[in-house]
Design a protein around this ligand. Structure first.
Ligand SMILES: [Zn+2]
Length: 303
C-alpha cells in the first residue's frame, strides 16, 4: 500500500501473536479464543502494519453489525485476525490499575467489555482471562514490594518498563472472550459512522462534539521522550486495543481523509488519495454502470 497513515513519534511497542488459536468454552458456557497447546509465537510491531490492522478490525466490526451475519464467518475472521495480530490485551486496557498483578483490587473503566462491576478482586478479575490454565501453568509470586508472574513455558518476558501484566497477556494461557472482541470491533465501526454523520452535518454544529463520549476509552497511553539522532516521542501502550485506537485516531484526523467507506459495497478501506472514493476498480465500474443506467431510465421516462 502506497499511502500510510501518518503516525507521529516512535511506537516501539512489540506485541505477541501465536500461529494458531482455537475456540473454547469455559464452565459458564462463555466462548473464548486462546492459543492452541502447541502454537508457537512471534513478535511484531503493530505500527508497522497499521493500515491493515485497522482495516481488518473495522471489517470485523462491520461483519458483526450485519443483521444476518453468520457466526461461522465471524469466528473465521476472528481466528484470522488473531493469527496475524494476536489478542487485544483487554485485561490491561479495561482497568485503571497499571500493574494489576500485585494489587488487591482492580478499578474498572467505564463501558469496559468485561463486566458491569466497578471494582473486583484481582484474583477474580485475572481468572476471567485464564479460564483454561491448569495448576502450575501460571504462578503469581508475591514479594514485599512487587509481584512476579512465573510461567511454565517459554513465551517472552518483559523486564522493567512494561507492567507485569504484559507477561500474562503474552502467555499461552491468556484467553479473551469472543464477545469482548466483537463488542470492541462494533464500537469502533459505530464511532466511525458517527464521525461520518457529524461530518455531513458539520455546517449545523455550533460546538465541538465528542464522538461516542464515554465509550471510546483509551485511558492508559503513556509516553516518554527519547534521544538518539533526533528527539522523538516514544509511546507506550498497555494493549493492542489501545494501539488500534491510537492508529484509528491518527487515521480519522488526517487532513487527507484516508479511512473511508465505499459508497457501492459499504466496505471500510484506506484510500490512497482524496479522489479515491471506491474500495476497488470493480466497485467503481459497477457504480458507474448503475449511474448511467438510472440516467437512461430517467431519460426514457421523460420521453
Ligand atoms: Zn466497494
Amino acid at each position: 500500500m502506497d499511502r500510510k497513515i501518518s503516525l507521529i513519534g516512535n511506537f516501539a511497542s512489540d506485541w505477541i501473536r501465536y500461529n494458531d488459536y482455537e475456540f473454547k468454552e469455559n464452565e459458564q458456557g462463555e466462548l473464548y479464543i486462546v492459543p492452541t497447546a502447541y502454537a508457537t509465537f512471534s513478535m511484531y510491531n503493530p505500527f508497522d502494519v497499521a493500515d491493515d490492522l485497522l482495516v481488518e478490525l473495522m471489517q470485523l466490526g462491520q461483519e458483526a453489525l450485519k443483521p444476518h451475519q453468520s457466526e461461522e464467518s465471524l469466528k473465521k475472521m476472528i481466528i484470522t485476525f488473531a493469527k496475524k495480530y494476536g489478542l487485544f490485551g483487554f485485561i490491561s486496557s479495561s482497568v485503571y490499575n497499571r500493574d494489576i498483578i500485585g494489587d488487591e483490587h482492580v478499578l474498572l473503566i467505564e463501558n469496559n467489555p468485561i463486566t458491569n462491576e466497578k471494582a473486583m478482586t484481582v484474583k477474580k478479575y485475572v481468572n476471567k482471562f485464564i479460564p483454561f490454565a491448569e495448576e502450575g501453568d501460571v504462578e503469581f509470586i508475591e514479594y514485599k514490594k512487587c509481584t512476579d508472574v512465573r510461567k511454565s513455558e517459554d513465551s517472552p518476558k518483559f523486564y522493567g518498563k512494561r507492567p507485569v501484566v504484559i507477561d500474562l497477556i503474552f502467555s499461552r494461557f491468556y484467553a479473551e472472550q469472543v464477545k469482548w472482541i466483537i463488542d470492541f470491533a462494533k464500537m469502533m465501526v459505530s464511532h466511525f459512522d458517527q464521525i461520518l454523520t457529524y461530518k455531513g452535518a458539520s455546517a449545523y454544529l455550533t460546538e465541538e462534539v465528542t464522538i461516542l463520549a464515554g465509550k471510546f476509552n483509551a485511558n492508559k497511553i503513556g509516553f516518554t521522550i527519547n534521544q538518539l539522532d533526533r528527539t522523538t516521542i516514544a509511546w507506550e501502550f498497555d494493549s493492542l486495543k489501545t494501539a488500534i485506537q491510537t492508529i484509528y485516531a491518527f487515521a480519522v484526523t488526517d487532513e487527507d481523509v484516508l479511512i473511508n467507506r465505499c459508497p457501492h459495497c459499504n466496505k471500510i478501506f484506506i484510500a490512497k488519495n482524496q479522489r479515491e472514493k471506491y474500495c476497488c476498480v470493480s466497485c467503481r465500474n459497477r457504480a458507474n454502470v448503475y449511474k448511467s443506467r438510472s440516467r437512461k431510465t430517467q431519460q426514457s421516462e421523460e420521453q
